[in-house]
Design a protein around this ligand. Structure first.
Ligand code: NAD
Length: 357
């Protein structure tokens, strides 16, 4: 068995695997990983990755996370040490095609967890699976309940009202199962009495809405903030689909990437839980509009709430309690909202649109 493992290890190249690599988070993650990591990056997505991303990866593949055979074929050449499983159908899209979302978000995640478990068993060391979840896992029954709750911890109010939220919450539970109890009754189980000794080292970071200066989101329900900023920078009018007083947590994309990598790098025995809240600030849509107008005085922003999307935003918390992430692995926001505009968003966005013209 030992010899077989080491022979396999020699044949297969150690690699870090990323799904959904062509998305907003994938862009930031690959850029950061490729400058700081010695292990080869193998990236995959349903769609072609742009040339810049491809050049930062050892290999890139077109692959559907729902296609287990395709994943097995492409990973048969690698010893996967770490997986960043980003592929997902986001909240707004998921409400248009809930069964497709379930297929991708849940079955795709099961495929990834199974691959991690098989590789972990084959090489006798846990494979790290880093999984971004979302504030969509929460669900308040009323705006009054949301306001009263204030900053919520990881395990309160987890009653999602969207398919995406249901999928993410279930995948958090699946990850915990694969990390702590996978095949707990099987004869050949490698689990010992120590619950941390699973074949999958699952780590989940629950993102708030993300704001990137480089990429524009599609398909999410927190997109109103990044859309507002990018529209103003392009000199376009923007009609916001939620009320001015709508408040949910956000952070910038670089902060989300840094936090994700910090969680991934934390010693396993420092992690007291599977799921961690992270966020930097909690502005209302109206407060963001005011700041946008400060930096782009010509910005034309109006509010025409779409009642159906508003209900979803109202079911998400206005702030997150991130104290466990702070204590366990040193999470710390880099910016207040004002600093995010001043030091990151505005300079980068202006530069980006200037260079595009
Ligand atoms: N962006 C946010 O504000 C935000 C907030 C919370 C959580 N997240 C989570 O972070 C992760 C990355 O999000 P993102 O913002 O980069 O989203 P994105 O929509 O920009 O990227 C998702 C990528 O997944 C790919 N994909 C979709 N279905 C696939 C399939 N069947 N097989 C393979 N690839 C598939 C898409 O082509 C896309 O490139 C997701 O899991 C998302 O749920 C994002």
């Amino acid at each position: 068995m030992r010899m077989e493992q080491s022979t396999l290890g020699q044949r297969r190249k150690p690699a870090l695997f990323i799904t959904g690599a062509g998305g907003e988070v994938g862009h930031g993650l690959i850029t950061s990983l490729s400058s700081n990591n010695s292990v080869d990056i193998v990236a995959s997505d349903l769609r072609d990755l742009d040339e810049d991303l491809r050049s930062q990866c050892a290999e890139t593949y077109l692959a559907d996370v729902c296609d287990r055979d395709a994943l097995d074929r492409l990973l048969s050449m690698y010893q996967v040490k770490e997986i960043y499983h980003l592929a997902a159908v986001l909240s707004t899209r998921a409400e248009l095609a809930p069964e497709v979302a379930h297929q991708v978000n849940v079955n795709g995640t099961v495929n990834i967890l199974q691959i991690a478990a098989e590789q972990g068993r084959m090489y006798g060391e846990p494979v790290k699976v880093v999984f971004p979840s979302s504030i969509a896992v929460y669900g308040f029954s009323s705006l009054a309940q949301k306001t009263e709750a204030g900053a919520v911890s990881e395990y309160e109010y987890c009653k999602p009202r969207t398919m995406y939220g249901c999928n993410k919450l279930y995948c958090e539970h699946l990850g915990r199962y694969y990390a702590h109890s996978y095949r707990q009754l099987a004869q050949d189980s490698v689990q010992g009495t120590d619950k941390n000794r699973g074949v999958v080292d699952f780590r989940c970071v629950r993102y708030p809405g993300l704001i990137s200066a480089e990429t524009i989101p599609t398909g999410g329900t927190s997109d109103f903030v990044p859309e507002m900023v990018h529209a103003a920078a392009r000199g376009e009018a923007y009609t916001c689909f939620v009320r001015e007083d709508s408040r949910i947590p956000f952070m910038t994309m670089p902060e989300a990437i840094d936090a994700t990598l910090k969680l991934a790098a934390a010693p396993r025995n420092s992690l007291s839980q599977i799921v961690y809240n992270i966020a930097s600030f909690s502005p209302s849509a109206g407060e963001v509009a005011e700041l946008v107008k400060k930096y782009f005085p010509g910005a034309d922003i109006t509010f025409e709430p779409d009642e159906r999307r508003q209900v979803i935003v109202d079911s998400w918390p206005e702030a997150l309690d991130c104290s466990v992430a702070e204590n366990d692995w040193g999470f710390k926001p880099s910016y207040t909202l004002e600093q995010a505009f001043e030091e990151y968003l505005v300079p980068k966005i202006i530069k980006q649109y200037e260079s595009a013209t």
